[in-house]
Ligand binder design. Structure first.
Ligand code: SF4
Length: 989
């Protein structure tokens, strides 16, 4: 038999030749203008199952080869639940066993286009994980004592519903809180909370992305960018988007596509990330200097006149800036251009070089590349620097300054406001927003916070600023994920502060150990959700579904409850929330039940089929018609294909003229805003206009007058892009109202001579916090987090070899980790991935080992907490033979425990970077050891709180927070007014 050309004499495949051959074949196909897949992906896919054959897809068994043993599958779409990208998955349901055999990509998904990262297929590990939580559990003994008993769903539901009912009838609405990890769905949980009348939504966003969001929000009135990478000429990333950034698989594939077309990629990352390795320019700056670098580039564009002056004239709120800040100048665009040059003249390449450590000549070269991008400049800044530094939100604000100068806003190859590339349909019932304000999440000290101050909750509880009767975590692990996790543990174990803690989770985790109830929730193939995320210039909606339910229904079975198909008694959240809400309000007298009741069958419970069926039928444009063309209902169509593209190639919605019918009783505001008394049209999903009206009649902002025409504009107070933020100026921060540079808390001038910066914000591509827990394939690839350290620092600190143990000392304790000596990190900086260091407590025998968990002893020795591993990962026997093959024992170190809270006074973001001292480990130290002083943690918290400017002192209008800013569960106007007393309350100064 002849050998294929790619298999040389030694029998090993020549991978380089193979890659080249596939690339050439792909290029040839694309050159002919063909795509291999004609569905929503519209791209080359080397292999895919055509949708016409999804009911009976046949593959040959690889194990039986050369015998031709056929496997017959039904392919059922769902959505990955492992990160916010929400990629499409296809579950291969074995028609014989009716079990899922594998997950691959869904080529009908317009965002992910048939592709996934490693975490998508690893959903199978999560589904079959022998250590997962399968039944409702209730603690038996003291909280955190490690003893559990199995209870029925009825017992758990009745007990929890009774607590909630009592709290609500006693008007203790603010004692109920649901704390979500990454939501991975659009609005269902918020709707449930609204139906209860509570402002109890808490999120992880202020330990994740609110710094990045804030900078975009003050510019656009929308908090996320949506770069059109595929069509860009220059891509500028302050994040690791090719491996772990926001929407990383959908974005990474489009960045790769652009690179193939010749786009230049510029990456600012102190660490040599996978993304940096693919960059044309990798800049490794001093952490916290990124905004200075952005401003140097912006300054270059301004002083060389390489910016789109017409775009700036039409779309920036420069007139407001002149009125507010430069009344000495004539109100002309020419005067503004002169002022603009003066404003940024100090940000020379030399200045940025001094701050960042990047050569001025390199910065000049990069600036020239950026200038050449024109309107094809796509950029993103997400966690990374914006999440690491005091004032990190200015990183994204200064980044968008470059886009706004180039006019690269909502252009082909430019950067869009996220809301224009996202679609959130109306649900069947919409309860009103609550009439209460949750001070524990939205404290008065942070009136401009982008999201809930979730990570300060333990300190607020300890300070007596409130208590929680019932606290839910939903697929969230605050002890592990947040900084200062042992302060979390202290409040979770205190029944005075948290009356009842309920963990809704598929797997055991470091917070669930301290719960009263641990309730098993489904993974990505075991639950319903809808979602839509900005991943290209288009809008789509995706549908997550319990795949075995969909498969068995396709085979003619009648499934009425997801527990009938899920393993054990695993439930899905939607059905659980409906059931819980009914038990809180069994006779409807509390006004809750109506929002969880069937419309078709009044008096009976809403089903998920009716909920999603109504939504797809009534509020997703184009879907009913598409479904009807195939003889399907919209719900059946979504169950079959999993995602629907509503629009693509929309372009700049801000330029669209507002239709006449939307301009009833129009009034023009001082900045050209067009306020109207016309009702909000059904299609307002396009541009959410959130700004309040100028008059007592509550008119809404519908657009903005630009050169005599009322256009959609942006949902900011001015309707334009806000170069100067009147909100920041009016709410106590006038010195930061323009895109600018705030020196970080880890700026070199703030460090002691023996301190370094610990960069702790990066992800690994193959793990996702604790959500990817117990995925054996992922754990085998990534199971440790050594500390990156430059050879010069290692030599200076007498760290001889990679693998040597080191102590990293923070403000509140220390961790013991292994060193990884590498030139992939800037000297003076160390870095540690935040995914590792999973643990379970000694004595928690009912908590299974899990692939990634060490067993630890945790005790308070008078000076503080000490954690020490007493057992490592080792092979063990279970229903899965692979658990007996675990070859690794290292689980890394849980560094977040040693970090105090650092709330940014404006964005509310936790500023993750730490000033640390690094030294060789002390005698007796072992890998993974932790020491933490939570008293000291409280002192650091109090120091950072002194940076705030409370609403009671700065609010210009007697409200707690600008009403136009985005917020889940926007409370009523009355609840949004400043209280007469309380922290930061009282009359404005
Ligand atoms: S984990 Fe990977 S496959 Fe899953 S949604 Fe995220 S990027 Fe997509």
């Amino acid at each position: 038999m002849s050998r294929p050309a790619d298999i040389p004499g030694d029998g090993r495949p020549d991978l380089a030749a193979l890659v080249e051959r596939v690339s050439a074949a792909r290029a040839a196909v694309e050159a002919r203008g063909e795509t291999f897949y004609q569905g929503a992906s519209r791209i080359y896919l080397a292999a895919f199952p055509p949708k016409e054959r999804w009911d009976d897809w046949v593959e040959l068994s690889s194990r039986a080869w050369p015998a031709r043993e056929e496997h017959h599958y039904m392919l059922v779409p769902t959505t990955c639940f492992n990160c916010e990208s929400a990629c499409g998955l296809l579950a291969y349901v074995d028609r014989g066993t009716r079990q899922v055999r594998k997950f691959e990509g869904n080529p009908e998904h317009p965002g992910s286009r048939g592709r996934n990262c490693a975490k998508g297929p690893a959903t199978l590990n999560q589904v079959t994980d022998p250590d997962r939580v399968l039944y409702p559990m209730k603690r038996a003994g003291r909280r955190g004592g490690g003893l559990w008993e199995r209870v029925t769903w009825d017992e758990a539901l009745d007990a929890i519903a009774a607590r909630l009912r009592t709290a609500l009838t006693e008007a203790r609405h603010n004692e109920i809180m649901v704390h979500l990890g990454r939501p991975s769905e659009d609005g269902y949980t918020e709707r449930v909370l609204a139906s209860w009348g509570v402002d109890g939504h808490n999120s992880h966003t202020n330990v994740c992305s609110s710094g990045g969001r804030t900078g975009f929000q003050f510019w656009m009135g929308i908090d996320r960018p949506s770069p059109d990478y595929a069509n860009a000429k220059v891509i500028y990333l302050i994040s690791a988007h090719l491996e772990a950034g926001h929407y990383f698989n959908p974005h990474a594939q489009r960045i790769t596509q652009a690179r193939g077309n010749g786009a230049k990629v510029i990456v600012l990352d102190t660490r040599l990330s996978n993304t940096a390795t693919h960059a044309d320019y990798w800049l490794s700056p001093q952490p916290g200097s990124e905004a200075a670098m952005n401003l140097a580039i912006a300054s270059y564009l301004i002083r060389t006149g390489r910016y789109d002056a017409e775009f700036v004239r039409r779309w920036w709120n420069w007139e407001q800036y002149l009125t507010g800040c430069r009344p000495d100048l004539p109100p002309t665009f020419g005067a503004f251009q002169d002022a603009l040059g003066e404003l940024y003249a100090e940000f020379t390449f030399e200045y940025a070089a001094a701050e960042s450590g990047i050569d001025a000549s390199v910065l000049a070269e990069v600036a020239e590349v950026v200038a050449g991008a024109g309107t094809r400049f796509a950029c993103h800044s997400w966690r990374s620097a914006a999440a690491g530094n005091l004032g990190g939100w200015q990183v994204s604000r200064t980044l968008f300054l470059i886009s706004a100068l180039l006019g690269a806003v909502a252009t082909e190859g430019g950067t869009f406001p996220s809301a224009w590339n996202k679609f959130v349909p109306r649900p069947i019932h919409t309860p009103p927003h609550p009439g209460v304000w949750q001070d524990l999440s939205w404290p008065l000290e942070f009136p401009l916070a982008q999201n809930e101050l979730s990570f300060l909750l333990p300190h607020f509880l300890k300070a007596g600023r409130g208590r929680l009767d019932t606290y839910f975590t939903r697929v969230y692990n605050p002890v592990w994920t947040n900084p200062d996790g042992l302060s979390w543990m202290e409040v979770l174990t205190d029944e005075e502060q948290i009356g009842c803690y309920i963990a809704l989770t598929p797997t055991w985790n470091e917070s669930a150990y301290f719960a009263d109830y641990v309730l098993p929730m489904g993974h990505g193939s075991e639950r319903h959700d809808t979602h839509s995320y900005e991943q290209y210039d288009g809008q789509w909606i995706g549908f997550r579904q319990p795949v075995l339910r969909a498969a068995r229904e396709r085979l003619g079975e009648d499934i009425t409850d997801t527990r009938q198909v899920n393993p054990g008694e695993v439930w899905e959240e939607n059905e659980w929330w409906i059931e819980l809400s009914w038990r809180i309000d069994p006779d409807g007298s509390m006004g809750i039940r109506q929002y969880h009741e069937s419309r078709a069958r009044p008096g009976s419970k809403l089903t998920v089929d009716e909920y999603y069926g109504w939504m797809f039928e009534n509020s997703v444009p184009g879907l009913p018609e598409r479904a009807a063309a195939e003889g399907l209902t919209p719900l059946a169509w979504m169950r079959r294909y999993g995602a629907f593209e509503i629009a693509s190639g929309q372009g700049g919605l801000h330029e669209r003229e507002v239709p006449e019918e939307e301009l009833r009783d129009v009034a023009i505001g001082p900045a050209g805003q067009a306020y109207t008394a016309a009702p909000v049209p059904a299609s307002t999903n396009i541009v959410p206009m959130a700004a309040p009206g100028p008059d007592s009649e509550g008119r809404r902002l519908a657009g903005v007058m630009v050169d005599g025409i009322i256009r959609r504009g942006f949902p900011t107070p001015s309707g334009r892009l806000e170069f100067w933020s009147s909100t920041l100026a009016d709410w106590g921060w006038p010195e930061h109202a323009l895109p600018g540079y705030i020196k970080s808390h880890v700026h070199p001038s703030a460090l002691a001579p023996d301190q370094m910066v610990l960069l702790s914000t990066f992800r690994l591509p193959t793990q996702i916090h604790t959500r990817s827990a117990n995925s054996k394939w992922l754990d085998e690839v990534s199971h440790t987090n050594p500390v990156w350290i430059h050879p010069t620092d290692a030599a200076r600190l007498r760290i001889a070899r990679t693998g040597d143990l080191i102590r990293v000392e923070t403000d509140i304790g220390y961790l013991v980790a292994k060193a990884w000596i590498t030139e992939g990190i800037r000297p003076g900086v160390v870095a540690c991935s935040h995914h590792m260091g999973r643990w379970k407590l000694t004595g928690h025998s009912q908590v299974s080992a899990g692939g990634m968990m060490a067993t630890v002893d945790l005790h308070h020795d008078g000076d503080g907490w000490a954690m020490h591993a007493t057992g490592r990962v080792k092979p063990y026997r279970s229903a899965d033979p692979d658990t007996a093959r675990f070859w690794w024992s290292d689980t890394g170190v849980h560094q977040n425990l040693t970090f105090p809270v650092h709330p940014d006074p404006i964005s509310g973001m936790h500023c993750w970077h730490q000033a640390v001292r690094v030294r060789p480990a002390a005698p007796g130290d072992t890998h993974g050891d932790i020491a933490v002083d939570t008293v000291r943690a409280r002192e650091v918290y109090e120091q950072w709180m002194t940076l705030t400017r409370p609403a009671g002192h700065v609010s210009p209008d007697g409200t707690r927070r600008p009403r136009w800013l985005m917020r889940p569960l926007k409370p009523s106007a009355a609840a949004s007014a400043l209280p007469a007393d309380g922290p930061g309350g009282g009359p404005a100064a």
